[in-house]
Ligand binder design. Structure first.
Ligand SMILES: [Zn+2]
Length: 80
């Protein structure tokens, strides 16, 4: 996978960072920690195709409640 050299939105400089991404599947949510490129100028997060596919796998697991290998870290609340 070729890393991003520039931000596709503003052409700003990008750096590799560890980020947390909130994923939703059905009524379940999970926070995943991944590495991605972050634009120093506009803050855009650039995920590789591999990472996006990984997110999709997590989302479908959440939808099907296949969460036995996920670590529980507190409750999720919705404020209406
Ligand atoms: Zn940018």
């Amino acid at each position: 996978m070729i890393p991003f050299k520039k931000c596709p939105i503003c052409e700003g400089e990008v750096v590799k960072k560890d980020v947390e991404k909130l994923l939703k599947g059905g009524n379940n949510t999970a926070v995943v920690k991944v590495q991605c490129e972050v634009c120093l100028h506009c803050g855009e997060r650039l995920f590789t195709l591999e990472t996006i596919k990984y997110f999709e796998r997590i989302r479908s697991k959440l939808e099907r409640q296949e969460v036995s290998d996920f670590q529980s870290v507190g409750y999720n609340y919705q404020v209406v």
